[in-house]
Design a protein around this ligand. Structure first.
Ligand SMILES: [Zn+2]
Length: 257
C-alpha cells in the first residue's frame, strides 16, 4: 500500500503557491500600475536623456529642447527653494497610450510621490505640459514632497492640504491665468473659496472649470501672502516644522512666527 506523505506535499505545495502569488502580484504591479511603469520605464523604449530624464521614442521635440526647458525650470525652482534636496524621475511622453498607463487623465502634467524610506517623486509631462511653467510647477511639488516626507519609512496620507500643495507649486508657475491681478476671471471670483474645504483631490479638482480655476488662484494668493509676511526663511522653517510635528494647521497658523 502506498502511503501519501502529506507533510512532504505540504512542504512543496505551500512554498510553490507563495512563489506563484508573489510572481502574479509583481506582474500586476509592473504591467498594470503607474508605479510599475515608472520603475521599468527604461525597458519600455524610453531613452534616458540625462540622469533620471526619460522621453519616448520619436518624441516630437529634440533632446536639446527638452534639456533647455528642464534646465530653465530647475533654475527657477532652485531660486525659490535654495539648494534642492533631490531630483525626481522625469518622464516626458507624447504617446497617449503610455501616458494613460502612467496615470495621466488629460492634465498637462502630474507628480506622483511614493513614500517608502523617504519620498520618491515621478514627474510625468504630456505634450501640453512641455513648457517651463508646467515643468517648474511639477518640480516644485516634487521638492515640497521630498522635504515633507524625508526620513519617513512609509506614508499613505498627505501631511498638507491640497490647496497648500498647489499654492506652493504655483509660486513657480508664472502663467498669467493663475495671477489674481492679471486674471480676467478675477471679477468672477465673487467670494474667495473656503480653503478649509479644499483639502482633498475631490474637493479641489472639481469638474466646474471656473470653480477649479478659482481654487488654484486663491491657493496661490494665500501661499504668496504667507511668504510675503514671513519671508522665505520662515517658509522653509514652516515646512520643517510640518515634517517634524506632522500638524499642518498648528504650524501654518502659528501666530508666533
Ligand atoms: Zn499642481
Amino acid at each position: 500500500m502506498k502511503v501519501i506523505n502529506m507533510q512532504k506535499i505540504k512542504s512543496f505545495v505551500f512554498p510553490a503557491l507563495g512563489v506563484l502569488c508573489l510572481g502574479a502580484a509583481l506582474t500586476w504591479v509592473f504591467c498594470f500600475t503607474s508605479l510599475g511603469w515608472f520603475w521599468t520605464i527604461s525597458w519600455r523604449g524610453y531613452t534616458e536623456l540625462t540622469d533620471g530624464v526619460y522621453v519616448n521614442e520619436d518624441f516630437q521635440h529634440s533632446k536639446q529642447d527638452v534639456l533647455k526647458v528642464l534646465e530653465e525650470a530647475e533654475k527657477r525652482v532652485e531660486n525659490f527653494w535654495g539648494k534642492l534636496t533631490g531630483k525626481p524621475t522625469i518622464i516626458i511622453s507624447d504617446d497617449e497610450k503610455d501616458l494613460c498607463q502612467m496615470g495621466w487623465t488629460g492634465n498637462p502634467a502630474l507628480t506622483t510621490t511614493v513614500v517608502f524610506f523617504g519620498a520618491h517623486n515621478y514627474v510625468l509631462i504630456s505634450p501640453d505640459g512641455f513648457n517651463v511653467d508646467v515643468a517648474a510647477h511639477e518640480l516644485t511639488h516634487a521638492e515640497l514632497h521630498r522635504r515633507l516626507y524625508q526620513g519617513r519609512i512609509f506614508s499613505f496620507s498627505q501631511s498638507v492640504p491640497l490647496w497648500f500643495d498647489e499654492g506652493v507649486a504655483l509660486q513657480n508657475d508664472w502663467r498669467e491665468i493663475y495671477d489674481l491681478e492679471a486674471c480676467s476671471a478675477a471679477a468672477e471670483m465673487e467670494a474667495t473659496p473656503d480653503l478649509d474645504a479644499l483639502e482633498t483631490p475631490e474637493q479641489f479638482y472639481v469638474s466646474d472649470p471656473q470653480i477649479r480655476h478659482n481654487n488654484y488662484v486663491a491657493s496661490k494668493q494665500e501661499v504668496s501672502g504667507w511668504i510675503l509676511e514671513h519671508g522665505m526663511e520662515g517658509f522653509i522653517r514652516l515646512i520643517d516644522q510640518i515634517r517634524i510635528e506632522g500638524d499642518f494647521r498648528s504650524a501654518y497658523y502659528d501666530e508666533t512666527w
